[in-house]
Design a protein around this ligand. Structure first.
Ligand SMILES: *Cc1c(COP(=O)(O)O)cnc(C)c1O
Length: 376
């Protein structure tokens, strides 16, 4: 990240968010410290209840991060060695990494060329007798096509775990991310739409037995202080993070609306600009725009152009998973998942956050326009 100057447009502005609600954040952490409520405690319990309610799910279990959340769900479902789990070739590595962490085998499926979400038409070809689960990812804040994916899973007796690390409060036909599959996982990494002041994560589910197992696994396998029936791990959402998240949760709906409005402004400003492909929305009003990702030729040069104008940007993600060194052992060719491979080479994520102003967006769009104009 380049050094900030007063006119820098940051990629995400967490300081602006802190200033906006400073007294509430300060009271939350002070209260945690004064009560020594560092592990477990009332803020965690209140947050878990409130977050489950927001998602429309029965139960929320706080864990240490969004990657552990996926691994713990898989382990609690009894998915591990010898089992296969289907994940999109275009997502953050955490989705597939969690499958490996659980001891199961990663099986990639391509994404669709319009929304770049897990392509439901390509799932069945990947199902074998060892397949146990599908992990659709609500990429960039947009729900995967759950209406198409859930019947496929049902037909083949597979579990569905929503990776909703980028999809907090995304909603479709009145139903929230976190309430479609057998379980859903969330990350509260600081830059996510609902972000802690450190690492954090959660699982939502309507299955009480599964939730109980996850809670136990995440806390050294204990049912009570020393009654360890199984070995687990240490993966808890701590009290300080829960207290911050409890404050932030009150404003999540406002922030989603502000993100949507910012995305709409970008779309309008880019309308008719040749050489820039703007993101496509499956269902109007559903997307929570964790990221606003455009497609352009020469994206690395565009990023340099933006940096020179003190505009930060990102790439989510530069290399499709099957092309990563980490997955060489699977023996894939780039052409095995052509949509993901192609897409990854042409994307740039532009600054988006609830506090971004129209003036800042105007500057971003002017800079992009200037670049694509020169390039033609
Ligand atoms: C951030 C993210 C994760 C992992 O979350 P952590 O809290 O960083 O472990 C998993 N999946 C996706 C799609 C993510 O964006």
């Amino acid at each position: 990240m380049s050094a900030n100057t007063p006119d820098t447009i940051p990629f995400v502005d967490l300081v602006a968010q802190y200033r906006r609600y400073q007294s509430e954040f300060d009271a939350a952490w002070r209260n945690t410290v004064e009560n020594s409520a560092f592990i477990g405690g009332p803020a965690l319990q209140r947050f878990e209840k409130a977050f489950a309610e927001l998602c429309g799910a029965k139960i929320c279990v706080g864990v240490a991060n969004g990657t552990d959340a996926i691994t713990l769900v898989l382990r609690a479902m009894g998915i591990g060695a010898g089992d296969e789990v289907i994940v999109p070739a275009h997502t953050f590595i955490a989705t597939s990494e969690a499958v490996t962490n659980a001891g199961a085998k990663v099986v990639f499926v391509d994404v669709d060329p319009v929304h770049t979400l897990m392509d439901p038409t390509k799932i069945e070809a990947k199902i074998t007798k060892n397949t146990k689960a599908i992990i659709p990812v609500h990429m960039y804040g947009q729900l995967a096509d759950m209406q198409a994916i859930l019947p496929i899973a049902q037909k083949h007796g597979l579990k569905v775990i929503e990776d909703s690390a980028q999809g907090h409060a995304a909603i479709e036909h009145g139903k929230r991310a976190g309430n479609f599959g057998d379980a859903a996982t969330f990350s509260f990494y600081p830059g996510k739409n609902l972000g802690a002041y450190g690492d954090g994560g959660a699982v939502t589910t309507n299955d009480a037995a599964l939730a109980d197992k996850i809670r136990r696994l995440a806390n050294h396998g204990r049912a009570d202080k020393f009654g360890h029936q199984i070995e687990g791990v240490n993966s808890r959402l701590d009290g300080l993070q829960a207290a911050i998240l409890e404050v932030k949760l009150r404003y999540l709906e406002t922030w989603s609306a502000e993100r949507r409005a910012a995305a709409k402004r970008y779309n309008e400003m880019f309308a008719g600009v040749a050489g820039v492909v703007t993101p496509k929305t499956r269902t109007e009003g559903a997307h929570v725009f964790h990221l606003y990702v455009i497609q352009v030729a020469n994206r690395d040069a565009l990023r340099e152009h933006l940096t020179a104008k003190n505009i930060q940007s990102g790439i989510h993600y530069p290399i499709a998973l099957h092309e990563l060194e980490a997955y060489k052992y699977l023996g894939h060719q780039p052409s095995d998942f052509p949509v993901a491979s192609h897409y990854c080479k042409n994307i740039v994520s532009l600054p988006i956050y609830p506090e971004i102003t129209e003036g800042q967006q105007q500057r971003v769009v002017e800079a992009v326009k200037q670049f694509v104009g020169q390039a033609r």
